[in-house]
Design a protein around this ligand. Structure first.
Ligand SMILES: O=C(O)[C@@H]1CCC=N1
Length: 339
């Protein structure tokens, strides 16, 4: 086998391993037990903290408004693939009928004929539309559901739209609908594969059971933790936007490896596996300072410290911190815009 062939075999093995590592599929459709941050760290390390927890099933139907968008479809696919929810319990609506049909064909979820059907059948409504569309959609939801609104949870994943604003939108048609059971979430795209992070903030009228239910459900997609609303901007910085920063880092490292001579696909596989392995090591050694983990790789006078010094001289940390601060600031400014 030539060098190229050897790389190809390694690449296949690595991909298969990464795809199936640490994801037992031995639980039936259920809404599982939510994960604390510590349990979440174990889940990141490939140890499913929820695997031995009591099983809980749900017969509730979940309705996704805007289910074909990036976040809506990531949550739907994540819930189905982690077997947290049966496809038959998921309804989706959206503006693009072709995309909806494709989502339904690929996942088994049901396409809701219209918003009225979705609101009538689902007891939890996931609002996965763009922030600017929330007002019109919630107006319609309130008008359609009328007095039945209090029997439903409304879970918004729209970035930057405050709880008070969501409640106000719902209450415009009927003042009592201001008391709707709203929860606001900031998930990241990694919920798609059960390795996501979601910050959850209950609205003023969500019950403790609503909070626990939502934490359990989204805990199936990674780490799901309740945070104060003002901290959702920080969740954007640390998790919501962060996958894009990580992808940029991986892209740059892949280019660098190609420049050093590795075939691109091999370079990509090695970089992705290294990132995944480093994340698992950091999760397993959750009490060890990240700087110490880095120091373990840096031999005195060696290759790594030579590279680390260049990152420091180039302002790597400063750039990362400024990027995260910009993401949080943008999230705050969206919040002000929609107040
Ligand atoms: O870029 C955005 O605005 C959204 C919010 C967090 C991730 N993506």
């Amino acid at each position: 086998m030539g060098l190229q062939g050897a790389f190809a075999s390694i690449s296949t093995l690595v991909s298969v391993n990464a795809a199936f590592g640490g994801k037992p599929q031995d639980y039936a459709y259920r809404v599982g037990v939510g994960q604390s941050a510590t349990q979440g760290a174990a889940a990141v390390a490939g140890v499913r903290a929820t695997a031995s927890a009591p099983r809980q099933t749900t017969n509730e139907k979940l309705g996704f408004i805007g289910g074909t968008g990036n976040m809506g479809s990531a949550i739907i696919r994540g819930l189905i693939e982690t077997q947290a929810v049966s496809p038959s319990d998921i309804l989706s609506s959206g503006r693009d009928r072709e995309k909806l049909d494709r989502l339904s064909a690929e996942t088994g979820c049901t396409v809701a004929a219209d918003l009225a059907t979705l609101c009538a059948e689902a007891s939890t409504l996931f609002l996965c539309v763009k922030p600017a569309q929330c007002e019109a959609v919630l107006d319609s939801v309130a008008a359609i559901t009328g007095g039945a609104l209090e029997t439903k949870r409304v879970i918004s994943v729209a970035a930057g739209v405050p709880i008070a604003t969501l409640e106000r939108y719902l209450g415009r048609q009927r003042p009592e609908a201001r008391h709707a059971r709203v929860l606001r979430c900031m998930p990241n795209i990694l919920v798609r594969f059960g390795h996501g992070v979601t910050g959850i903030t209950p609205g003023n009228f969500a019950s403790a059971e609503d909070v626990a239910w939502t934490e359990r459900l989204l805990g199936h997609l990674g780490v799901a933790t309740v945070v104060d609303e003002h901290l959702l901007d920080a969740v954007v910085a640390a998790a919501g936007s962060a996958p894009a920063f990580v992808f940029m880092f991986m892209e740059a490292l892949t280019d660098a490896a190609v420049r050093e001579g590795l075939p691109r696909q091999v370079a990509r596989t090695f970089v992705v596996q290294t990132m995944s392995g480093a994340a698992q090591m950091a999760a397993r050694e959750a009490k060890t300072h990240l700087g110490e983990l880095r120091n373990r790789v840096e031999s005195p006078g060696g290759t790594t410290i030579a590279g680390s010094c260049v990152l420091e001289e180039s302002g790597f940390r400063r750039a990362v911190m400024a990027a995260a601060a910009a993401a949080a600031a943008r999230s705050r400014s969206l919040g002000t815009h929609y107040t």
